[in-house]
Design a protein around this ligand. Structure first.
Ligand code: SAM
Length: 359
């Protein structure tokens, strides 16, 4: 098992059910993680700045057709306060995420980015959907360091079905990811595991694409059905793939995370909130022990957090930023890892070498 892993081997691990053999995969991924990115777990404070969205994604509770959702857009001062809270908790990064909300004006966000950069040492990650080239350029010039945009699945027919285009605008997330790299962003992407219609082969292709795109950050979470979405209503438009269907289980996610660590040894890989949602007891810990090295504690003010309902039962929605911080730090320390300091971007390799020396 190494970086150059063939598709056939990836596929066979994705189908593996023998728990003793899977232990070999977990162990190998954990060892590669330790060698390449060390024992530090980087904390990225997540601020969900708006729940407005113009998209009709068939999987997401924020989709424009969900009339039951109360929408919010945070004030600039609230976002900056959350960034200061990230500093107080010792996080190196603040992640601003939202639905694809064109009410978030480019200049308004640029001013917030500049203020956070002026007042804090934080790296800034944006995750705001498929914004225009001019906006992406402006935010990069304002100081944004990273951009997250999941391609969700490498199967373009499936992607088009679950993520309908917006009017006549072409929707090519792979081209956007390349463009973000050209603009100088560190680039993150990822997929959901277990979308109805997603086959094992398709998930294997996703993992190969992570390697081909040389991504800096790779997020993999389970698809969690939301009852107010077409995918959460078992609509016949989104059929399952029979025995080739990837189940939307934590096991599918652990396998994909472990294999991703093997093919992209120095990437930053989060143990996602969706994983913690389907296994609240120790999903995050198992993710961290099977290849992940990042966690994203939630810093969204409590009054908004429950409204950012991309799927139901989301972990940590009733906890304050403080409680979330204490809980996650404890979980990390209890599995023998430590909290990373600084922004923890790509290039944590140096830290990893240091960890090996002291190990
Ligand atoms: N609007 C931006 C975008 O589309 O990239 C960022 C926000 S979007 C809510 C963030 C991620 O949530 C998506 O990339 C998707 O993978 C994940 N997500 C949405 N609905 C989900 C669901 N039902 N289950 C699991 N993950 C989901």
């Amino acid at each position: 098992m190494n970086e150059a892993m063939e598709k056939s081997e990836i596929l066979s691990w994705l189908r593996e059910t023998n728990s003793r053999r899977l232990q070999t995969l977990w162990h190998h991924a954990d060892e590669i993680r330790r060698r390449h990115v060390g024992n530090a777990v980087h904390l990225r404070g997540l601020v969900e700045i708006s729940s407005h969205c113009v998209r009709q994604c068939a999987y997401c509770g924020l989709h424009v057709g969900n009339a039951e959702l109360t929408r919010y857009r945070m004030e600039a001062a609230e976002i900056v306060d959350a960034a200061h809270q990230a500093v107080a908790f010792g996080y190196g990064t603040v992640v601003m995420q939202a639905g694809e909300d064109y009410g978030l004006k480019a200049d308004w966000l640029s001013a917030i980015i500049q203020q956070i950069k002026r007042e804090t040492p934080l790296a800034i990650t944006l995750s705001l959907g498929e914004r225009t080239d001019a906006e992406l350029q402006e935010w990069r010039a304002a100081g944004a360091d990273r951009y997250l945009l999941r391609f969700e699945t490498s199967n373009s027919a499936l992607f088009d079905r679950i993520h309908p285009p917006l009017g006549n605008r072409p929707c090519d997330r792979l081209a956007l990811l390349r463009r973000l790299r050209e603009l100088g962003y560190e680039v993150g992407s990822g997929v959901m595991a277990g979308i109805p219609g997603q086959t094992y082969e398709s998930l294997a292709n996703d993992i190969l694409l992570f390697r081909e795109l040389d991504l800096d950050m790779i997020g993999i979470g389970p698809f969690v059905p939301h009852p107010a979405t077409p995918l959460g209503q078992n609509s016949p438009d989104f059929p399952y793939a029979g025995e080739d269907q990837v189940p939307n289980t934590e096991l599918s996610v652990y396998k994909a995370v472990a294999l991703t660590r093997i093919v992209r040894p120095d990437a930053n890989i989060p143990a996602t909130t969706a994983l913690a949602t389907i296994n609240q007891k120790n999903g995050r810990e198992l993710g961290l022990q099977r290849g992940a090295n990042v966690v994203m504690p939630n810093l969204t003010p409590l009054q908004y957090r429950q409204l950012y309902q991309i799927y139901p039962g989301k972990a940590c929605v009733t906890e304050t930023g403080e409680a979330c911080n204490t809980c996650l730090s404890g979980r990390i320390l209890r599995i023998g890892r430590h909290i990373g300091s600084g922004p923890g971007g790509r290039g944590t390799h140096a830290n990893a070498q240091e960890n090996i020396c002291h190990a």
